[in-house]
Design a protein around this ligand. Sequence first.
Ligand SMILES: [Zn+2]
Length: 78
Amino acid sequence: MPYAYVCPVCGITSRPYLTHLGAERHGWRHRGFAHWGDYPDGEHVRRVSWIGPQRRDAAVVTAVVAGLLIAAFLSRWR
Ligand SMILES: [Zn+2]
């Protein structure tokens, strides 16, 4: 399961990284860019799913469309 850097001050979660160190490095860059090198309160690295919110929505839409297509296909063969 991958890791992501979380900055609660900015309300962001990084893209998933294969390693804890990858997510930490994202945090270092974010800290330097967005916080002038200061440590935002509550920042951390946590385990996340490979499927982000956007991909999860796309997967649900794809499943619904596939279900409708299968139902339409089966109704024509009766
Ligand atoms: Zn931040």
